[in-house]
Ligand binder design. Structure first.
Ligand SMILES: NC(=O)c1ccc[n+]([C@@H]2O[C@H](COP(=O)([O-])OP(=O)(O)OC[C@H]3O[C@@H](n4cnc5c(N)ncnc54)[C@H](OP(=O)(O)O)[C@@H]3O)[C@@H](O)[C@H]2O)c1
Length: 324
């Protein structure tokens, strides 16, 4: 199979229709074990690239910087120009009062550290990982604009601001007035059971030409159908080691929505996870969902979602499965 190519929002850059997320690379679990080490990370990146994947999502804090290092090592044997690399800044990466948020000192120091770990001169997309109400928007929009002018960053993105769409609109109005680069990509959580962005946020994205690159398109694995009501989660699953995940995802309403996904999956002969991804792939406003996977088998199953076709009626059944 080969993934199709789509435009990154309204920019001129093309990306594969499914992005690959590296949040679990280099991440230590509660027992102190690394969830996805360097060899497994490289196997996953190989499988993604072999399927035509070009859009790699990471962040400065994933695995305390290890995720970017694993990607950098992998890219060293490849043509970097064939990939669209996105990273993020906000969370602390050091003990320092100015080591968190979107203040100029933190942004300037971290962009150089990101490029160093990735072994590249530029990232294609730099997201603000969270919003920083302590730093004026004009301060960080100007600093981010410098990164674009300096060639360190191609496009600016912003993540996880739902439902406060107005903040992105305000920042883009500041950018427009002062001639700064605006946000052209956003990365909210969006999937069959998390609909916070429907309405106001998606309307803002359409009006300001902001592309939508959803994270947790499988609701962290919930939508694969691997969890059941009133049963212990599988031992090697995210729910087995994350009570917050259990409390927010393994709810009666979500299991009701999952039944709708499973019913469409039976109709089209695909897995529930593939149908949940296909729903986002059929969504007019979605650029490319970012799938996560710990194993190559998981990743290959997820990438095959690009081959699942939904009728308008099946799309609507999934849209109706849960509303905020
Ligand atoms: N901007 C942000 O704040 C933010 C937040 C979260 C994520 N992200 C980005 O989005 C990416 C994806 O997020 P996510 O990991 O939550 O996405 P996801 O695709 O919803 O969930 C991925 C998890 O589901 C399970 N899974 C995946 N495919 C499976 C399959 N075929 N069968 C069974 N289980 C499967 C795996 O967990 P287990 O096997 O461990 O159960 C996997 O780690 C991240 O890597 C990161 O790049 C960004």
């Amino acid at each position: 199979m080969a993934l199709d190519t789509v435009s990154l929002g309204r920019t001129g850059t093309k990306v594969s229709e499914i992005a690959f997320g590296t949040w679990r690379f280099g991440r230590e679990n509660d027992e102190g074990d690394i969830e996805v080490g360097p060899e497994q990370a490289h196997r996953l990146l190989d499988a993604y690239a072999d399927a035509g994947g070009t859009f790699i999502d990471t962040a400065d804090m994933y695995g305390g910087g290890r995720a970017e290092e694993y990607i950098g090592d992998w890219l060293a044997d490849r043509d970097r120009e064939n990939f669209v690399i996105a990273s993020k800044i906000y969370w602390p990466t050091r003990e320092d009062p100015n080591g968190v948020g979107l203040n100029r000192k933190h942004l300037r120091r971290n962009i150089d550290e990101i490029l160093d770990r990735l072994g590249t001169d530029y990232v294609d997309v730099l997201y603000t990982h969270r919003w920083d109400d302590d730093t004026p928007a004009r301060e960080f929009m100007r600093t981010l604009d410098e990164f674009v002018r300096d060639g360190k960053v191609n496009y600016l993105g912003t993540s996880t601001l739902e439902p406060n769409a107005w903040k992105i609109a305000k920042a883009n109005e500041i950018a427009d007035k002062r001639g700064y680069e605006p946000f052209t990509v956003s990365q909210p959580r969006y999937n069959v059971v998390n609909r916070e962005i429907e309405g106001n946020y998606l309307d803002m994205c359409a009006d300001y030409d902001v592309g939508v690159v959803p994270w947790s398109p499988l609701a962290g694995g919930f939508l694969t159908g691997k969890y059941s009501r009133n049963k212990e989660p599988p031992a090697d699953s995210r729910a087995a080691s994350d009570q917050q995940f259990v409390d927010s995802y393994l709810t009666p309403e979500n299991f009701d929505a999952l039944e709708a996904v499973e019913s469409v999956a039976a109709d089209v002969g695909a897995s529930p996870g593939q149908v949940a991804l296909a729903w986002l792939l059929h969504h007019d406003q979605v650029t490319a969902p970012i799938v996560g996977a710990r194993t190559v088998d998981q990743l290959e199953e997820n990438l095959a979602a690009a081959e699942v076709s939904l009728t308008p009626d099946q799309f609507e059944r999934l849209a109706d499965a849960k509303r905020e």
